[in-house]
Design a protein around this ligand. Structure first.
Ligand code: GRF
Length: 212
């Protein structure tokens, strides 16, 4: 059974999707044992508490240096013997020290089809504002491995979502969450916990199973 830590910063709807999938038996060979928030106000912490999952706040502001933050985060993850870290609406960029410590055991959900609309400054509603301003007809979400480059790791799963003419950033974000994020993240998490994702450079291979 792989031990999963979910890192959050906000409302935690992606965390909730993971919890709901776990309860439905859809995250095979994995259990969520820890939620780490970047700030104490994150409602995601309340979702963890409601579901009996330990919550921690590890905020960069609480440490006198980035190195101290890195060490506190790494120690907290090792203390719980974490096998997989899932970034679910986590807004801080993890340092190279952290991403190398857990090389290819960190995954992230990004609300666009990487390599479009990603990288520095592309998070939350900003992503959908850029999508609408660009005039594209299709957007979506991506789950990818995390390295020290924002949204830079190998892609695991993607799902396309239609952009509608009357969309606002808010309506588009909601559709991308409902139709893509909340489906892809639990699936990618389950595939990882079943050791069904292999990586070759920037390419991943997923072992398909009939019973999926
Ligand atoms: C969402 O836009 C998600 O795509 C991004 O963070 C935002 C908040 O997610 N990763 P959540 O509701 O906190 O899971």
């Amino acid at each position: 059974m792989k031990r999963i830590a979910v890192m959050v910063s906000g409302g935690g709807t992606n965390l909730q999707a993971l919890i709901d999938a776990y309860k439905a038996g859809e995250i095979k060979n994995g259990e969520i044992v820890l939620v780490i928030a970047s700030n104490p106000e994150a409602y995601a912490l309340e979702r963890a508490k409601q579901n009996g999952i330990e919550g921690l706040v590890i905020s960069k502001k609480s440490f006198s240096s980035p190195e101290e933050f890195d060490n506190a985060l790494i120690n907290a993850l090792h203390a719980k013997e974490i096998d997989l870290i899932v970034l679910a609406g986590y807004l801080s960029i993890l340092s190279k020290k952290v991403t190398e410590e857990f090389g290819n055991r960190i995954i992230n959900i990004h609300p666009a089809l990487i390599p479009s609309f990603c990288g520095k400054g592309c998070y939350g509603l900003h992503v959908h504002e850029k999508v609408l301003a660009s005039g594209v007809k299709v957007t979506g979400a991506t789950v990818h491995f995390v390295n020290e480059i924002p949204d830079g790791g190998a892609i695991i799963l993607q799902k396309a979502v239609e952009v509608k003419e009357d969309d606002t950033p808010e309506t588009l974000q909601k559709r991308v969450m409902e139709e893509a994020e909340w489906k892809l993240l639990p699936r990618a998490t389950s595939l990882f916990c079943q050791d069904r994702i292999s990586i070759n450079g920037m390419k991943t291979h997923i072992v398909e199973k009939a019973e999926d």
